[in-house]
Design a protein around this ligand. Structure first.
Ligand SMILES: [Zn+2]
Length: 382
């Protein structure tokens, strides 16, 4: 027996509106297309937003780390930081990767966990926001995520396992259709990785988009065998902005004489520095130091507009966003600049996300937080 309709939502990390248009991606197959405002931040804020329809102000995820000494799960480990010498060895990418794996296991984290370049001695001041797997049942605590919502509605659904490769997730999606599922949320992340390295290489991007297209067509054909109608929708979280320069904010703040953990706390993402003022002096000194950098502190109005304003200042007392294309190097996220980066202001021409579908899209899809309602409304109609 065939389903009347199969709904497929395919998430492609970093498939920005600009690249979609520059490459005419799937214009024939998915003619209903819209530019979508990205969620301020990067995937760590966009993914929980997409999976819950809630904003970072509500779900509490902006950067992966936040300065919160009283909440840090890493206190004991961080006290051992002096054992991890020389620092250069423990800062190597592969070593960090294995150490992240060990810590993830030790703390029982099920979410996406990477230490990136966060200094080990700083960990005791830091809380980590993605301790739980956001995709699974009760993955967002009190907030109902896509899994919880679809289950409550009795939908026969499949949601990708984000730990798997894109190939594995496309295979799992095909298998889910064979197993009778008629709502699919398929997660893919490799396009983001390609763009970080090859944003300037049209040939590489074109080849990658071509490979994705083949996987989409295969999935579509499979669904056609099991349903009278296949609703296929592709959406993304943000685009990718080419590198335009780097700044060393960490060093400048260090040179100011302020003491981390006493005067101030900070998280240095690739595109924003989030400061926590522990005294009045820190606020004045940091404001002065930051005058020398290309970017600005978000105003209260901007924080509200970008849906990241919180009374408790969990994301930082002051959030300094770099001008588009300028990366903080080194940052807590890495020691080298990447050719492309996301997480600049949503208004930058490279920032917007995209939604592409083979059936018409409602007018009210304007922001990535709107995908959630679209998915749940379509699921209700199955
Ligand atoms: Zn990325």
């Amino acid at each position: 027996m065939k389903h009347k309709t199969i709904e497929i939502f395919l998430f492609i990390d970093a498939l920005g509106w600009k690249i979609v248009n520059d490459h005419g991606f799937l214009t024939d197959m998915l003619p209903f297309r819209k530019k979508v405002d990205m969620q301020f931040g990067y995937s760590s804020s966009a993914i929980p937003t997409i999976l819950s329809g809630k904003t970072p102000a509500e779900h509490g995820h902006l950067g992966l780390f936040r300065f919160a000494p009283e909440k840090s799960p890493f206190k004991v480990f961080s006290r051992l930081a002096w054992l991890f010498k020389p620092e250069s060895f423990w800062n190597r990418g592969r070593v960090r990767h294995h150490l992240s794996k060990l810590l993830k296991k030790f703390y029982g984290f099920t979410g996406y966990f990477q230490l990136y370049r966060m200094p080990l001695w700083k960990l005791k001041y830091m809380d980590y926001c993605e301790k739980q797997d956001l995709f699974i049942a009760h993955g967002m605590g009190d907030i109902a995520n896509l899994h919880d919502t679809l289950r409550a509605k009795g939908v026969n659904f499949h949601i990708s396992d984000w730990h798997l490769s894109d190939d594995e997730n496309f295979s799992a999606a095909q298998q889910a259709i064979e197993n009778g599922k008629n709502f699919l949320f398929v997660y893919t992340a490799s396009f983001d990785g390609v763009l970080h390295d090859h944003i300037h290489d049209e040939t590489v991007i074109k080849a990658k988009l071509e490979a994705i297209k083949l996987q989409i067509e295969a999935l579509y054909r499979k669904a056609e065998k099991f349903a009278e109608n296949v609703h296929f929708t592709v959406f993304s979280d943000h685009g990718m902005t080419p590198l335009a320069g780097t700044v060393d904010i960490m060093q400048a703040i260090k040179m100011s004489g302020l003491i981390f953990g006493e005067d101030y706390g900070a998280c240095f993402d690739s595109t924003m520095a989030r400061f926590y003022y522990l005294n009045e002096k820190a606020k004045v000194v940091i404001a002065d130091v930051m005058k020398g950098f290309p970017g600005h502190f978000l105003s209260c109005e901007e924080e509200k507009k970008y849906k990241i304003y919180r009374e408790d200042r969990a994301f930082g007392d002051g959030i300094f966003i770099l001008d588009a294309g300028i990366q903080i190097v080194p940052s807590d996220m890495g020691s080298k600049a990447l050719n492309g980066m996301h997480g600049f202001i949503p208004e930058n021409e490279h920032s917007p996300a995209a939604i592409l579908s083979n059936i018409s899209l409602p007018e009210n899809i304007e922001h990535v937080s709107d995908y959630f309602n679209l998915m749940t409304e379509r699921a209700e109609k199955l």
